[in-house]
Design a protein around this ligand. Structure first.
Ligand code: ADP
Ligand code: MG
Length: 592
């Protein structure tokens, strides 16, 4: 192990000389306390080191040990249900008490070395295997079958493999390569976090990540393997949306990265997730979840690494053939960590002090999302969907982090202070938000629901856009100046907003809305519009239309039990038709 000497300490940045044998991104151990750090810049024999722990008490003259290895994570059984910090150190303590994390310099293995796992071999001695091939599995939790795969870059003939009970680092199989050299492998592998894990090929996203959130699935869907960003000011609902998606989206594995936000939000996750039952499996949500926490009270540098640690773990499960969703809350705090390090390195600052490479770093992160065919003979299809919250100061979307993010991601859920202030939740602005997956997702939903799904959405969106324009007119000259038809438009737009788009995350039923219920609900509101236009044609007064008691039932559709919703809403639609037809008939009688 090569040793250098510290010449300067500035917060999380340490400079050391005598480091000529080290490389950028090597992990080092700083001082006799062995604080973990990573070289982020090399100049001659001088290394600038980002240290992932508090550096107080460390000073010039103390040694730095290089490991010659890049910052890596351990990938193997024991991650699910686990909670780790930004460089994958287990955070058992955080379970008891937020903020009580590891003391400095304690080098603990990421994966528990004492725990044993039952490995069932599916390959046998004599098999020729290559990178990505599955050799067997460990049933990690009741939900997650953890495939044991040949690590990237490795191949050979199996000379030993046995089913049995193993520690994560015990030798489980041996491969002999062409030159006759044997190598032992365990249940785990390592991978450098800043490098995407390889796959055979990338596919276009095709299916939606169904979230059960109406404004998302119906209006701004994200694809499995896609990317989305949620920019919004403080208190506008970024965290609630991420939690909702982590709980209810139809991803098989969830990686949740709490990045620089308050510690109590991670405690919320820890308290809530085990209680919540996954509708797909009937099991606790934690049984398919990995948590990475670098909350605001933890050292800033590990926050920079945390999103890469998270996405590397996510890619590993993707390689097994799972659909994985990664949530990062908030990438703004990540960018601030980047800015802080860049400032200490005295790099030329770009926009608002962020380094010029902010955009390329953000891209490197989001570009690791995708739907892929894995390495290996069987060519498993896996997907990694990446959803990041952004917290622009003052909600100003023109700031650098939001701009850099929006250039990369394909879905924009713009949270609006005015909406959250008016308690319209989720506060996703329906005029400004967009999804570039919409065309593809339409095909999928129309196949599922009949082609009225996309027609309904287009029609509803048109109404909402018209509403914006009409509201301007109302502001200027008052509602009375509008035609009955336009007033009906305003009424129906309000119904779309209140009875459809608004969704209460804290309501037992409303918290999750299945696709067919979403489609039925929107269809009913649009029926009201169509029937209303008919009634107006038949000279029925607006007031009578608005007084129909079916309106109350429409407003309460969201609270109908999801299991019986399809039938009940069908009845509501029939009743709506009957009521309006009756009105027209009676109105006709009055006219005569
Ligand atoms: P942010 O992360 O953007 O700062 P939060 O996600 O913590 O904001 O949301 C702030 C508050 O807004 C929540 O505590 C909750 O009261 C309310 N809220 C947000 N989204 C919803 C929702 N979908 N349903 C009900 N209340 C919500
Ligand atoms: Mg938040």
């Amino acid at each position: 192990m090569n040793t250098g000497t510290i010449v300067k300490v500035s917060g999380p940045l340490v400079e050391a000389v005598g480091m000529s044998e080290a490389n950028v991104y090597d992990v080092v151990e700083v001082s006799e306390d062995r604080l973990i750090g990573e070289i982020i810049e090399m100049r001659g024999d001088k290394a600038s080191i980002q240290v992932y722990e508090e550096t107080t008490g460390i000073g010039p003259g103390e040694p730095v040990y290089t490991t010659g290895m890049p910052l890596s994570v351990e990938l193997g059984p024991g991650m699910i249900e686990g909670m780790f910090d930004g460089i994958q150190r287990p955070l058992e303590h955080l379970r008891q008490e937020a903020g009580d994390f590891l003391t400095r310099g304690v080098i603990v293995p990421s994966l528990d070395r004492k725990k044993t796992w039952d490995f069932e071999a599916t390959a046998k001695v004599g098999d020729k295997v290559g990178q990505g091939d599955i050799l067997g599995f460990v049933q990690e939790t009741t939900i997650v079958k953890h495939q044991i795969m040949v690590p990237p870059g490795k191949s050979g003939t199996i000379t030993k493999i046995n089913s049995g009970t193993y520690h994560v680092d015990d030798t489980v199989y041996v491969l002999k390569d062409e030159s006759g050299k044997e190598e032992e492998f365990s249940l785990m592998q390592r991978w450098p976090v800043r490098k995407g894990r390889p796959y055979a090929r990338k596919l276009d996203p095709k299916k939606p990540l169904v979230t059960g959130q109406r404004v998302i699935d119906t209006f701004f869907p994200v694809a499995k393997g896609g990317t989305a960003a949620i920019p919004g000011p403080f208190g506008s609902g970024k965290t609630v949306i991420q939690h909702q998606l982590a709980k209810y989206s139809d991803a098989q594995i969830v990686i949740y990265v709490g990045c620089g936000e308050r510690g109590n939000e991670m405690t919320d996750v820890l308290n809530e997730f085990p209680e919540l039952i996954d509708p797909q499996t009937g099991e606790s949500l934690m049984k398919r979840t990995v948590l990475i926490a670098n909350t605001s009270n933890m050292p800033v540098a590990a926050r920079e690494a945390s999103i890469y640690t998270g996405i590397t773990i996510a890619e590993y499960f993707r390689d097994m053939g799972y659909s994985v969703a990664l949530f990062a809350d908030s990438t703004s705090r990540w960018a601030e960590a980047l800015r802080e390090m860049s400032g200490r390195l005295e790099e030329m600052p770009g926009d608002e002090g962020y380094p010029a490479y902010l955009g390329s770093r953000a891209a490197e992160f989001y570009e690791r999302a995708g739907r892929v065919i894995s390495l290996g003979k069987e060519g498993r299809e896996g997907a990694l969907t990446t959803i990041g919250a952004v917290s622009p100061p003052g909600g100003d979307l023109s700031e650098p982090v939001t701009q850099a993010t929006l250039r990369i991601v394909k879905v924009f859920w713009g949270l609006d202070y005015a909406l959250s202030y008016a308690r319209h939740f989720p506060a996703i602005n329906w005029i400004e938000s967009y999804s570039l997956y919409q065309d593809k997702m339409d095909k999928y939903f129309d196949n599922l629901e009949g082609d009225d799904f996309s027609k309904n959405r287009i029609k509803a969106m048109q109404l909402l856009q018209d509403e914006s324009g009409l509201q301007e007119i109302v502001k200027l000259v008052g509602a009375d100046s509008l035609s009955d038809q336009d007033q009906l438009k305003l009424e129906v737009s309000k119904m779309i907003r209140e009875d459809f788009l608004q969704q209460n995350s804290f309501h037992e039923i409303d918290t999750y809305c299945p696709i067919d219920k979403q489609n039925q609900m929107l269809g009913t509101i649009l029926d009201f519009y169509d029937m209303g236009l008919k009634a107006l044609d038949a000279k029925i007064y607006m007031k009578e239309l608005l007084n129909l008691d079916i309106r109350e039932k429409i407003a309460r559709m969201k609270y109908i039990n999801n299991d019986t919703a399809a039938e009940e809403i069908k009845k509501i639609r029939e009743e709506l038709k009957d009521q309006v037809e009756k009105l027209i008939e009676e109105g006709g009688v009055l006219d005569a």
